[in-house]
Write a protein that binds this ligand. Structure first.
Ligand SMILES: [Zn+2]
Length: 591
């Protein structure tokens, strides 16, 4: 998955009660492992897309795969992202032999700066590009100097972690370069985990994807478990080959009458590199724009993954030195992100580029769920300005990084695992992944769907899911704070976002207990005050009555009780009149 999220729309929906019940835990229940069994414990990624992190435990050895973040759901206003809950590892830090990262997308590496310091910086194993992207992220938090890393340069490398894990690797095709799949060999069996994957039978780099070599990990003595990312399990067919995408992009660039603007994911270094070579072949110049686009291309160039004639590249500032039909701009913002380049171009805020009727604009990207409306508006805006806009619905100018139904069937036929664990997607997609396997003859009794916190156990009797579960809470990251935003703060934000706020300021004479002046009312996001004078008059009258009733018998006044009373009574009055529940903040001033 390529995680990029634009601003969120807030719908009228509150936290589901069952979620609240399960997630607010007082005291964490420790679960002690049994000897000589392999335990697979996903901390995230089994009930959502994102925050992928899985623990593999065998006696005193722990190996972790991925440490990703999740972008917030619509009912989590103000939250930047969510990271895995790692309480299971508290007290076990010394057992962690290594953290393996499958590839450089944020839903696989994004939580490292938050979690690795807590775990005492165990060594990280990843490919070159993944480590570079990780280091860049750690530098942003001033943590890069603590990273202990082992770069994996070839999929043929093997290494041991602790006494019970031996790691082998394999190359995986995905929408980012340098993606690795892992094979964890343990005394009870072998785990095969491709991370995020797809097939490409005619790839640009000439190495067709083939997973049939993985069948050898399933033997009589040691069964194999395939942990299969199942994000595309509801989509028919097979994923389109990248070379098909390039062919189409080339056709468009050749036919374009003037300037071409291509928006794509900044992590798709290979695609950008293809665009550069197409442009070079046609004698055009390429200008990159967008922080992450420039950064990723710079990293890829630095580590030798990207080679191109430097004369092809020009600075975006200099595009007007060339005729429009010589220009290809490759930019960020295909998801309609607020501050990204394409949005600025569309809004007329970009310094060098204004949309021209002769422009050809390509969205070489898919729509990430949650961004649909924003992208629609962006497209409307560009169409309105007369540009020729080309996107996936019109022509195959993008292929995704994830396997589709036919790919899933092929993977299972090639790998021939004993057990199948669909992973890395929402629950329904895991179920669909399971159905695809069953429809192709895979035995249903050997398919297991884990939730976050479930404990899968492989021992001499085979695989099963334990009755016990480790508790998993949401851990929110908000600005600089980690985990300091609890459900209470979140609920406040939801109330504010949905129904606004209503502040009642009452001045009470402490000698007489009488309300001195008419209560002041400040309302934001609730009702328009000027149009609701009658309602406000009624609220003032009621507040006065509540205060004077409470203070009538003079004795010490319980201010907290008084405020609660105002909150509750006025709250239900407002609900009765407006069917809204604004947050009510009573302020009582004693004079
Ligand atoms: Zn990915």
């Amino acid at each position: 998955m390529v995680p990029t999220r634009t601003h969120r729309t807030i719908r009228k929906r509150s936290l589901k009660p069952e979620r609240e019940k399960g997630r607010i835990s007082v005291g964490f229940k420790k679960i002690e492992p049994k000897n000589d069994e392999l335990r697979i414990i996903p901390l995230g990624g089994q009930e959502e897309v994102g925050r992928n992190m899985t623990i593999f435990e065998y006696n005193d050895d722990i190996v972790i795969l991925d440490m990703g973040l999740q972008f917030p759901e619509e009912d989590m206003p103000g939250i930047d992202y969510i990271i895995p809950d790692v309480r299971y590892l508290e007290g076990k830090e010394k057992n962690i032999r290594g953290v393996i990262l499958s590839h450089g997308h944020l839903d696989h590496i994004g939580a490292v700066p938050h979690i690795l310091p807590k775990l005492g910086w165990p060594p990280v194993y990843a490919s070159r590009l993944t480590l570079f992207l990780l280091r860049r992220r750690l530098e942003e938090s001033n943590l890069a100097q603590y990273l202990v890393s082992h770069e994996i340069n070839s999929a043929d490398e093997e290494f041991t972690l602790g006494d019970y894990f031996k790691v082998a690797l394999f190359e995986v095709t995905h929408s980012i370069m340098d993606a690795l799949g892992i094979i964890l060999q343990t005394p009870q069996g072998n785990i095969i985990h491709p991370g995020d994957w797809r097939y490409d039978t005619t790839p640009v780099n000439g190495k067709p994807t083939d997973f049939s070599h993985l069948a050898r990990w399933n033997t009589q003595e040691k069964p194999s478990i395939l942990m299969m990312e199942s994000l595309g399990s509801t989509k028919e067919g097979s994923q389109l080959s990248e070379s098909e995408v390039y062919k189409n992009i080339k056709k468009i660039i050749e036919a374009a009458p003037a300037r071409i603007i291509i928006a794509t994911f900044s992590s798709m270094v290979e695609r950008v590199s293809q665009i550069i070579s197409i442009a070079e072949g046609l004698g055009k110049k390429v200008a990159l724009d967008g922080y992450s686009m420039k950064m990723n291309i710079e990293i890829a160039k630095k580590i030798g993954y990207l080679k191109f004639n430097p004369n092809v590249m020009i600075d975006i500032k200099n595009i007007h030195d060339y005729p429009p039909n010589k220009i290809v701009a490759v930019v960020t913002g295909a998801q309609g992100e607020d501050r990204a380049v394409l949005m600025r171009i569309a809004n007329g805020d970009h310094r060098q580029i204004r949309v021209e009727k002769s422009d050809t604009i390509i969205f070489s990207s898919s729509v990430i769920p949650g961004n649909e409306r924003t992208i629609q508006r962006l497209k409307d805006n560009l169409y309105r300005q007369g540009a020729n806009v080309i996107h996936k619905e019109i022509m195959d100018v993008h292929s995704g990084g994830h396997a589709l139904i036919e790919d899933i069937k092929l993977l299972i036929r090639q790998v021939k695992p004993k057990y199948l664990l669909p992973v890395y997607a929402n629950h329904y997609l895991l179920c669909e992944g399971s159905k695809v396997a069953e429809s192709d003859g895979f035995p249903k009794e050997n398919i297991f769907i884990l939730d976050n916190g479930s404990i899968g156990i492989l021992n001499q009797n085979g695989f099963h899911i334990s009755q016990e579960k480790t508790q998993i809470q949401y851990v929110f990251v908000d600005g600089l704070g980690i985990g300091d935003i609890g459900n209470v703060v979140l609920r406040d934000r939801q109330v504010l976002a949905q129904d606004g706020m209503f502040v009642i300021v009452t001045t009470v004479d402490s000698r007489t207990g009488r309300v001195r002046t008419s209560p002041d009312i400040i309302s934001r996001g609730f009702v328009y005050l000027r149009e609701n004078t009658e309602l406000l008059g009624e609220v003032r009258k009621r507040v006065r009555a509540i205060v004077e009733r409470k203070t009538a018998n003079r004795g010490p006044i319980n201010w907290i009780y008084l405020k609660d009373e105002i909150k509750e009574k006025i709250g239900s009055f407002l609900f009765q009149k407006t069917e809204r529940r604004p947050m009510i903040l009573p302020v009582v001033i004693e004079v």
